[in-house]
Ligand binder design. Sequence first.
Ligand code: DC
Length: 436
Amino acid sequence: MIRIAIDGPGGAGKSSVAKAVARKMGIIYVDTGALYRSIGLFMLNCGINPKDSEAVVGALNSFTLELTFVDGKQTVLLNGEDVGDRIRTPEVSMAASAVSAIKEVREYLLDTQRDIAMRNSVIMDGRDIGTVILPYAEVKIFLTASPEARAKRRYLELTAKGQEVSYDEVYREMVERDTNDSTRDIAPCVPAEDAILLDNSELDLEGTAAAILKIVKKKAKKRTFYQKAHKILAPIIRFFQRVKVTGLENIPKDGPVLFCANHMAIRDPILIAAACKRQITFVAKKELFRVPVIGWLVKKLGAIPVDRGNANTGTIKASVNVLKRGGAIAIFPQGHRYPAVNPAETPIKNGAAMLTYRSRCDVIPVCIKTKNFKYSFLRRKEIIFGKPIPYSAFGFTNGGSEEYKDAANRIFAEVIRLGGFDALPAPGQDEDGEKK
Ligand code: DC
């Protein structure tokens, strides 16, 4: 999955270029300006001054705004109706710029924008995509051009659509909008620290799209530390630890997913990581981060520290963030290791269910199966990935401990079922029916 953020002032050609890149890459193009424009249009239609923040905020609950994609083409539905080109007039442009400076308007649109990037590869254009909406985007580009070049493009675009405007008028409005957008207090239009600046004053559409595709290709070739380490170590670990993996087809290639496994020993996370191609973020004891070499390694692998025994709002937030950006997290619902104990007989904690609820992700039950629930060097270890339990199957209404408990039970019941652990061995026999 790839998220490409394209920010920059109006008229830099962000939308045309982003559309072209999206088409070439077969990914979704999200025009976030259309959302602000639609709110601006609604306010104008209602006779509300878009600069009157109190009135605008008061009206935010009186309409519905939906973003839909058909064959990769975005449509904005305002109260169920396609806004079409009505959002492209100079008057609506100014209204959009005014409403976009209001904090509540930006918050109102935040999830709509993030949700799309959670489950899809996207190229998203706007003003704050790289800084606020998708700070974790794999590629960030700040596209700009001289005010004269941008005003000329906008002028040609508007007149081609039959709108009667003068170049001077377009230039003046563009400079005014630039100032509004880049000097406002919240989410100003500025490049993210890690954005690549691209000035396309001298480039046409194809040239700009080609420059962006080159940046994306270069980025795609670059492997993360996790990917490099995984490529070398995973087959070695699987071989020497005698790991047999089943159910890999149940793991979605992209999108948020929470792996929930039974826990016997320290090596469990390593075996799960070695079994699965997808990059997994683990939650690790905070003490581990202070151990020489291991601390460096877990940090490099992107693990999230947890302070056991204390309320861990930071850990939950960090985990939810990984899921919300379409990543995979692994967690052990039993809370700690239970060596040589049948998982069907251990208590479980609610953390995994809470994470599912907060990030609205699907869950993959994972069963680690060894003889007598113990590890030994030569003993075969089976890692079974179950079918995803979709978020909707949990029937969450408002979270809360009862709902978490039900969901946690449901998840772990599936782990137990995968391993056949509920069929307890007869006395004197192990779980395979062999004499102990
Ligand atoms: O990109 P555009 O011209 O369609 O955007 C219309 C207005 O919306 C622009 O003046 C700034 C605002 N906007 C924003 O503040 N943040 C975004 N992500 C996109 C647009």
